[in-house]
Design a protein around this ligand. Sequence first.
Ligand code: DQA
Length: 144
Amino acid sequence: FNVLVLNGPNLNMLGKREPEIYGSQSLVDIIAALEVKAESLEINLQHLQSNAEHELIDALHQAHNKVDFIIINPAAFTHTSVALRDALLTVNIPFIEVHLSNVHKREEFRQHSYLSDIAEGVICGLGAKGYEYALDSASQALNK
Ligand code: DQA
């Protein structure tokens, strides 16, 4: 199975960026751990981080009919992007929304997501482990 991991704006700065909120691991570390896990689950993992909304949307379009499951941390686009929502609806690939932090105990503007109601599931507040739990869950769903 093919799983695409998408990370939105500022996540390339993980480890340096507000570590008390987002942890000390870099995105490279997180993806490396995820790749090890993917191999054990016999999943082919693709990954893109972008600070540009259109690049994430283009990656979704390219995933159409090629990718079986998506794990996405849309970062700030979670709270702003109708376009990302529409792209996910367009390609109609099941996805899990992941956030490192518990967005529900933060600022009010982080409480609304344009994606959650169309996601298979949402994981937040569990740090980098959230991506691994999402991959486990994707694997289970795909092998059913
Ligand atoms: C985030 C939460 C978002 O509110 C924020 O804009 C981010 C990261 C998280 O992983 O906790 O950039 O998606």
